[in-house]
Design a protein around this ligand. Structure first.
Ligand SMILES: *Cc1c(COP(=O)(O)O)cnc(C)c1O
Ligand code: SF4
Length: 325
């Protein structure tokens, strides 16, 4: 890494040149495989205009990423071992995960797939067809999870086509979509994205990925409302992130803001120990204390399940908080 790649801790980003500064700083970090990527919509969500902003922090590369930390690796949750086919992951009973694309509208610096070898031609049309026939041949799969990357980066036309093909697999009952698009790039979603889900014979679930209440606004409200009208059950997963949402007050506001938009909290994930993300880790004892604080403030249905993904386990594992909660 070049000498000048250090990122000062809390630089003011003056109006006007804000965007240029963010880009320049981001480019200074030499992780070319997982470059800075953020949308104008997210830029509009920043409140503090500093590099400590809880929204910006999720996307802005910092020099700490390049520091190796013991215990943080490139395949933290055993995804490579769980690959059934180039584009299918199956770890849990009844559910298969289809990697529809390697791209995302944003690059979240803590992403557990940041080192995944998407560029091995993983997600071309032939591989998707191969993945769908794998699902078709396995009647034990009742739920198909669209993931990536971010599956909703697909154009309206490709999305409609994909959902129609999935619909023809008779033993599937549920279709689940894991996506950040409703909050990071809502303008990408066209009527056909919703219509395809509304017309599907499958029960549809959308799991959004929102970490901080300021990511929810009037645009996301419109998207979740359209999803609700399409009969889609909307859930949210968050990752517990230092400097982003590691306060009871923030997590409580997040749960309430989600529910205001028709979305139920589903998971709060302990950070996957992926290389480059160590500066986001919140110790489990603190996570347990945050959950206890949330439990004292919110109705039970607004509490996310605090879980960690452990390679080789048959499900996400609840974080063991002992007597703490
Ligand atoms: C997380 C995950 C799922 C979904 O797990 P749920 O507990 O059903 O939300 C499915 N497949 C893979 C590979 C996963 O990592
Ligand atoms: S949108 Fe999801 S898959 Fe894409 S970088 Fe962010 S966390 Fe990773």
């Amino acid at each position: 890494m070049p000498e000048n790649a250090q990122c000062p801790a809390a630089t003011e980003l003056p109006d006007g040149v804000r965007r240029e500064q963010v880009r320049a700083q981001a480019d200074a970090v030499a992780d070319r495989a997982f470059a800075f990527r953020m949308t104008d919509h997210v830029l509009g969500q920043l409140r503090t205009q500093t590099t400590e902003d809880p929204i910006l922090r999720q996307f802005l590369p910092v020099s700490e990423e390049m520091r190796p930390v013991p215990g943080f690796g490139t395949d933290p949750v055993g995804d490579l071992a769980a690959r059934q086919q180039p584009a299918v992951l199956q770890k849990y009973a009844g559910r298969a995960l289809l990697m529809v694309t390697g791209s995302c509208a944003v690059h979240c610096r803590y992403c557990f797939r940041r080192h995944f070898p998407y560029d091995e031609g993983l997600v071309d049309e032939a591989r998707i067809e191969q993945a769908l026939s794998h699902v078709r041949d396995d009647p034990s799969i009742t739920e198909l999870i669209l993931s990536g990357g971010d599956p909703m980066v697909l154009s309206e036309r490709r999305w409609i086509d994909l959902i129609r093909r999935i619909d023809t697999i008779g033993h599937l009952r549920r279709l689940r979509v894991h996506t950040r698009i409703p909050t990071v790039h809502p303008d990408h979603l066209k009527p056909g994205h919703f219509k395809a889900l509304a017309e599907s014979r499958l029960r549809c679930v959308l799991v959004a990925h929102v970490n901080h209440p300021d990511e929810l606004d009037q645009r996301s409200a419109t998207v979740f409302e359209a999803l609700g009208r399409a009969g889609v059950t909307c859930l949210n997963q968050s990752v517990l992130l230092a400097g982003v949402n590691d306060r009871v007050e923030t997590l409580a506001r997040l749960s309430e803001a989600l529910f205001d938009q028709g979305v139920l909290p589903y998971y709060l994930h302990q950070l996957d120990r992926v290389a480059g993300a160590a500066h986001f880790e919140v110790p489990r004892e603190i996570g347990c204390r945050l959950m206890a604080g949330l439990r004292a403030r919110l109705p039970g249905y607004l509490l996310p399940r605090y879980v960690v993904e452990e390679a080789g386990q048959p499900a996400k594992t609840p974080v063991d908080c002992g007597d703490a909660i």
